[in-house]
Design a protein around this ligand. Structure first.
Ligand code: AMP
Length: 203
């Protein structure tokens, strides 16, 4: 059988994910120090992808397994197994806005504009509550949107809360908590069950 292919999310989770696999005996210096996107080591193949893309590589079987934040996983809407939460990369996906929304019944307001990098999760959140909102997808620095009048609210991940604070925003609601997750392609879960179980036990 071909070597097991493991997709790792670049960004905040990459450092801790590399550490896990290094502690299992894989040589991943290139994942840290080079721009290589595919790294072979010790009978496995690692691919480095943007967080939102990791679930897609795993769903289509281009990777057998992967490590990705639950935020990106939920947003991707992909059909993969998620057998293990890894306990690092903790953050929260929240609704935030200017302080005036804290006391206002913002949930009663119609036609709010919400800027986010998580349009799918945001749509689910608002429609599950019967709220009408216009979702504006941006590609970064979401906190900027309310300051310059692009949007009333944002949906974004928060870690310490510092970015919200420094940009005059307050948290209005928590949508879910997130951490790093180990995900598995559905076919590989059956066809490579032993290999994947062994890997999970070691992790
Ligand atoms: P903080 O100021 O610590 O609350 O961090 C918030 C900023 O960092 C926001 O701009 C987020 O988009 C980003 N951020 C926080 N946690 C994560 C995470 N786990 N993954 C990706 N981005 C994050």
């Amino acid at each position: 059988m071909a070597e097991l292919t493991i997709a790792l999310a670049k960004g905040r989770l990459l450092g801790p994910s590399i550490k896990i696999f290094e502690s299992l005996g894989y040589e991943l210096r290139d994942a840290r120090d080079s721009r290589k996107l595919v790294i072979a080591s010790n009978g496995a193949r690692f691919i480095l992808a943007k967080p939102m893309d990791v679930p897609i590589y795993v769903e289509y079987g281009a990777a057998d397994v992967g490590i990705v934040g639950q935020d990106a996983l939920r947003e991707s809407g992909t059909n993969v197994y998620e057998p293990l939460a890894l306990g690092y990369g903790a953050c929260r996906l929240v609704v935030a806005g200017k302080p005036e929304f804290q006391n206002a019944e913002w949930k009663m307001l119609a036609g709010l504009r919400v800027a986010t990098q998580y349009p799918r999760v945001t749509k689910q959140y608002f429609s599950a509550r019967g709220l009408s909102a216009e979702i504006i997808e941006v590609y970064g620095s979401v906190e900027l949107a309310p300051m310059v009048g692009l949007a009333d609210l944002i949906v974004d991940v928060v870690d310490t809360g510092r970015t919200l604070r420094e940009n005059g925003l307050v948290e209005l609601d928590e949508i879910f908590k997130s951490q790093a997750a180990f995900i598995v392609n559905r076919a590989a879960h059956t066809l490579r069950a032993n290999e994947i179980r062994e890997l999970m036990e070691k992790m």
